[in-house]
Design a protein around this ligand. Structure first.
Ligand code: SAH
Ligand code: MG
Length: 809
C-alpha cells in the first residue's frame, strides 16, 4: 500500500530472479542473503523503480499508483478482521527453547512488517526470507534479521566475488532444517500472498510440526514418520520382501533424504544375470546357485526341488546406487553383491543399506571416522570422507550431538509385565519373517505422581519379526506373547524431540517432561501373527509369480471377449487393475470393490498415478475413460455394477466364510450378471508341495511340529477355508447351473493334468443368453428392503476431467 517492496522479496518469491542470482553467484544456493546486493544493483537500471533512501533495502515505483486504486485497496482490506497466525520462534541460542507464538496481523498491516516487529526489527526490509521448506507447494519459510549495514556497504563498493558474512550468531537448528545458512533468532511461518487470491494465505505451524521436520532430516526419522510411529518404529535392518515391508519403501526414503539435504537424486543402476537355481528359493536369494555349480555340489547342499525339475534358469538382479552433491561430485557409492529375484527388491535392498549406514552416521555423531569407515565396509559402501565430515556431519553434530547422550536406554530400570487376557495360544513363538500385528499405546508416565499423558497409539500396527523394525523392548515383549495376550513395560525417555514430535498435547507433555521423573510406558496387545507363507511360496516357486500369471490369465480373457467394462470384486490394493493397465486391451471402464479401506486407499493412490501417466504418454492403446473404487461387501448387490462385460474375483472367496462365498456366487450370477465371471482360489491339494519347500518347518520337537503343521494348514492366516478340486468344482458347477451360466475350469501355477493340479484353481463362468438379464432390478433391491447402490465411492477417475485439468494447467 505504500508502494514499497523489500528487495529480499524479489529474491525469495521470484524464481526467475533467484535463478539469475544463482547463476551469477553460486553461493546464493546456500546463502540467500547474497542476492540482496545483486537485486539492489539491478534495480538501479530499471527505469520505473527506485531505491528507497535512508538505508531501507526496499524498492519503490517511480510513478506511484493512482490514489483511487490505493483507496479501494484499503477499503477492501478494511473489511477483514485481524488474523491470528501460529508460528514458531527458534532462538539462535541453543540454551533457549523453541516456542510457539501467535502473530496478529491486522487488516492494514503488511505481514512482513509484523514478522519483523516480532524479531525486534523495524520493518519488512530488515528481514531475510529463506527458500521454502518441505513440499514444493509449501509456503513455509524462515524469517531472520538481515545484516543491513553490510548489504549497503557491499552494494556501494560493489564486487561480485565479495561474499557477506553475518556477524551475529548462526542459528544451527534453523540452518539444519532449511539447508541454508540462517543467522540470529528465527521465525518459522507458513504465510504469504498467492496468485490465486488477494487475501493473506496462512497455515498454522505447530511445535509438533517443527519437531517432525527436525526428525524428518534423518533416514530413520523419515521412516518413523511414514509409519506414524515415532516412538515405536525403527528402520528395519533388512529388506526381505515388499510384502513384509511396512511404511515408505527404502528407495523412496533415500530419494526423500537426498531432496531434504539438497543432494542430487540418487542414481541406481541394476544389472541382471541368468542363474540356474533350485526351485525352493525364498524371496531373498541367498541360496541361489551360480551356473558353474556342478550337479554334485547342488545335491550335497541338500536343496530339494518341488516338481522334480532339477534346474530352471532364473533372471536375478543386482543394484548399485550413487549419491552426488548438487555440484555432481560423487559422495557415496554402495555396490552390494547380493542378488534378487525382482529389480525393485534389489533397488530397495541397496537403498536400505545406504540408509542404515546414514542412520549410524546421524544417530551416533560422535563415532570416529575410522569407525564409520569400517561400518561402511560392512554395508559395501564407499564415501567421500571430506563431504561427510565437513558438510553433512558438522550440522548433524550440532543438532543431534547434544541429544545423543540421552538416547541410551537404561535397561536395568525396565520391567516387562505380561497380562494374559485369555487369548488363544497358538503354541510356540512366532518365527522370524512372520508379521506380528499389535495394538499399542505409548504414554508418558510420571511414577511419583501416577500421571499419564498419552503420546502415540495405533489400533493395528504390523511389523516383521526378527527384523529390528521396532523398539528392541517391544520386539522382545512380543516374542514372549501369545495371540490375545497383553503386556506393558516402561523404558527411559528417548530424546525430547521424538516425544514432542509425537505428542498431541504439547503443553501437557512439556510440563510433565520438565519434572524429569518420567518414563515411557508401552501397553501392547498381540492381535495376530501372520506366517509369511503364501506370498513367499508364490514368489519362490513360480516364475513368473502366481499373481502375474493370474493377471495374464485375465488379460487373455479380456482380449478374447473384447470386453469394454470390468469389475474386480475384492480388488485389494488394486494389483490386478494396476497391472491390467500395462497391457493394451479394449477396456474403457474399470471398477474395483473391496471392504478394506486401507487397501482401497493404496489402490487409489497407485491407480491414480498410473492412469495419469498413461494419459500423459498419449499411448493410443490406452482406451480407459473411467475408473472407480467402491467400498462395499461383494455379498451385497449394487445396481451400478450390473451387466458388466467381465468380472474378476481373484483369491478373495477364501477370505470370506464359506456361506458368504456361496452368497457372493449367487449375488454375482443372479444380480450383477456379468457376461463373464472369473473366480480363482487356492487349490488345497497343492499345499503339500508349497509347504514341503517352505521354511517354517524343520523343528524336531513333536509339539512345535504339530503347531507348525496347524499353522501351515492354509496358505495364509486370513483364509477361512481352502477347497480341493472336487469341492471347488461342485460349488462352481451347481452355481452355474442355478443361474443359467456355463462354466469351465482352469488354473495357474503347475499343470492341470499333473497331480495335484494347479496351484490356483480358476472357474470361468459365461452367461448363456446374451439378452437374458432381468430388468426389474429395482424391485429386487426393494424386495430386500435395501438401497440399490450400497457401495460408497472411495475414488473416481474420469478421463475428460483429467484432460480438462491438464488444459487448465
Ligand atoms: N484380488 C486381490 C486381493 C486378494 S486378497 C488380489 O488378487 O491381489 C482378498 C481381498 O478380499 C482383501 O482385499 C479383502 O479385503 C477382500 N474381501 C474379503 N471379504 C470381502 C467382501 N465380503 N467384500 C469385498 N471384499 C472382500
Ligand atoms: Mg488369499
Amino acid at each position: 500500500m505504500n508502494g514499497c517492496v523489500p528487495a529480499v522479496v524479489f529474491g525469495a518469491y521470484d524464481a526467475k530472479i533467484a535463478n539469475i542470482c544463482k547463476y551469477i553467484i553460486n553461493e546464493t544456493e546456500v546463502n540467500s542473503q547474497v542476492m540482496i546486493p545483486l537485486i539492489l544493483r539491478a534495480a538501479t537500471k530499471v527505469t520505473d523503480l527506485e531505491l528507497i533512501p535512508d538505508e531501507q533495502l526496499s524498492l519503490k515505483r517511480r510513478i506511484p499508483y493512482p490514489s483511487e486504486i490505493l483507496l479501494e485497496a484499503i477499503h477492501e482490506s478494511g473489511l477483514q478482521e485481524s488474523i491470528p497466525i501460529e508460528v514458531i520462534y527458534i532462538p539462535a541460542s541453543f540454551s533457549n527453547a523453541v516456542v510457539p507464538l501467535t502473530l496478529n496481523i491486522a487488516a492494514t498491516d503488511y505481514y512482513l512488517d509484523v514478522i519483523a516487529h516480532e524479531l525486534d526489527l523495524n520493518e519488512a526490509s530488515d528481514l531475510l526470507i529463506s527458500r521454502t521448506i518441505g513440499k514444493s507447494s509449501s509456503e513455509m519459510r524462515m524469517y531472520s534479521p538481515a545484516p543491513k549495514k553490510q548489504f549497503l556497504d557491499t552494494f556501494s563498493k560493489w564486487k561480485v566475488e565479495q561474499t557477506i558474512h553475518f556477524e551475529g550468531p548462526s542459528n544451527v537448528r534453523a540452518s539444519y532444517i532449511v539447508g541454508q545458512e540462517v543467522y540470529g533468532d528465527v521465525i518459522l511461518a507458513s504465510v504469504g500472498y498467492t496468485w490465486r487470491s488477494s487475501e493473506l494465505w496462512h497455515e498454522a505451524v505447530s511445535l509438533r510440526s517443527y519437531y517432525r521436520m527436525l526428525i524428518n532430516m534423518i533416514p530413520s526419522g523419515i521412516y518413523k514418520i511414514s509409519r506414524e510411529a515415532l516412538l515405536t518404529a525403527k528402520l528395519p535392518s533388512s529388506f526381505t520382501t515388499k510384502g513384509n515391508w511396512r511404511g515408505s519403501l527404502p528407495k523412496d526414503i533415500l530419494c526423500a533424504f537426498c531432496r531434504l539435504h539438497h543432494l542430487s537424486e540418487p542414481v541406481f543402476s541394476t544389472q541382471s544375470k541368468l542363474l540356474v537355481s533350485s526351485l525352493d528359493i525364498p524371496g531373498s536369494c541367498k541360496k541361489l546357485k551360480v551356473t558353474q555349480l556342478s550337479k554334485e555340489e547342488e545335491q550335497e547342499s541338500g536343496l530339494s526341488t518341488a516338481q522334480g525339475n532339477t534346474e530352471e534358469s532364473v533372471e536375478v538382479f543386482n543394484c548399485e546406487v550413487k549419491l552426488h552433491s548438487k555440484k555432481q561430485e560423487l559422495i557415496l557409492q554402495c555396490s552390494p553383491h547380493d542378488l534378487h529375484r525382482r529389480q525393485t527388491d534389489a533397488m530397495n535392498s541397496t537403498s536400505l543399506k545406504v540408509l542404515s549406514w546414514l542412520t549410524i552416521v546421524f544417530e551416533e555423531p560422535d563415532k570416529s571416522m575410522d569407525k564409520l569407515t569400517t561400518m561402511a565396509e560392512t554395508f559395501e559402501i564407499c564415501f567421500l570422507h571430506q563431504f561427510f565430515f565437513n558438510t553433512l556431519c558438522s550440522s548433524i553434530r550440532n543438532v543431534w550431538g547434544v541429544r545423543s547422550k540421552a538416547c541410551s536406554v537404561n535397561s536395568e530400570g525396565d520391567e516387562v509385565f505380561l497380562i494374559d487376557l485369555g487369548g488363544k495360544n497358538t503354541g510356540g513363538t512366532p518365527s522370524n519373517g512372520s508379521l506380528a500385528c499389535i495394538t499399542y499405546t505409548v504414554s508418558l508416565f510420571r511414577e511419583d505422581a501416577c500421571v499419564k499423558e498419552s503420546l502415540e497409539s495405533c489400533e493395528e500396527f504390523e511389523f516383521e519379526l526378527g527384523n529390528e523394525g521396532v523398539l528392541p523392548h517391544l520386539e522382545s515383549a512380543v516374542a514372549q506373547m501369545a495371540v490375545g495376550q497383553s503386556s506393558y513395560f516402561r523404558v527411559d525417555l528417548p530424546p525430547d524431540d521424538f516425544i514432542l514430535a509425537a505428542a498431541g498435547d504439547t503443553a501437557a507433555t512439556l510440563s510433565l517432561l520438565s519434572t524429569r521423573r518420567c518414563k515411557l510406558e508401552y501397553c501392547v496387545t498381540l492381535l495376530r501373527v501372520t506366517e509369511p507363507l503364501e506370498e513367499r511360496m508364490e514368489q519362490a516357486l513360480f516364475s513368473p509369480p502366481l499373481s502375474k500369471q493370474r493377471v495374464e490369465f485375465a488379460v487373455k480373457q479380456i482380449k478374447e471377449s473384447s470386453a469394454l467394462s470390468l469389475v474386480d470384486f475384492g480388488c485389494g490394493s488394486g494389483s490386478l487393475l494396476d497391472s491390467l493397465l500395462s497391457y493394451p486391451t479394449s477396456l474403457e471402464k474399470v471398477v474395483g470393490v473391496d471392504i478394506s479401506q486401507k487397501s482401497l486407499a493404496r489402490a487409489a493412490k497407485s491407480l491414480h498415478s498410473k492412469l495419469n501417466k498413461l494419459l500423459d504418454s498419449k499411448d493410443p492403446s490406452n482406451k480407459i475413460k473411467y475408473a472407480v473404487l467402491y467400498d462395499g461387501s461383494i455379498t451385497k448387490f449394487d445396481s451400478r455394477l450390473r451387466g458388466y462385460d467381465i468380472a474378476t474375483c481373484l483369491e478373495v472367496i477364501e477370505h470370506m466364510e464359506e456361506k458368504d462365498a456361496c452368497i457372493f456366487g449367487d449375488v454375482a450370477l443372479s444380480l450383477f450378471c456379468p457376461k463373464i465371471l472369473i473366480v480363482s482360489t487356492p487349490n488345497y491339494e497343492y499345499n503339500v508341495i508349497l509347504q514341503r519347500s517352505s521354511t517354517c518347518h524343520g523343528q524336531e520337537d513333536g509339539d512345535t511340529q504339530e503347531a507348525a503343521q496347524a499353522a501351515c494348514k492354509f496358505r495364509n492366516h486370513d483364509h477361512k477355508f481352502e477347497w480341493n478340486r472336487a469341492e471347488f468344482n461342485q460349488w462352481a458347477s451347481e452355481l452355474a447351473a442355478r443361474h443359467n451360466y456355463g462354466v469351465e475350469f482352469s488354473g495357474v501355477g503347475g499343470a492341470g493334468d499333473v497331480e495335484p493340479g494347479f496351484a490356483s484353481q480358476i472357474a470361468i463362468f459365461r452367461r448363456m443368453h446374451e439378452e437374458d438379464i432381468p430388468s426389474n432390478i429395482e424391485s429386487v433391491a426393494e424386495a430386500t428392503n435395501e438401497s440399490s447402490s450400497p457401495f460408497s465411492t472411495i475414488w473416481e477417475w474420469n478421463r475428460e476431467d483429467q484432460e480438462c485439468n491438464e488444459k487448465h494447467q
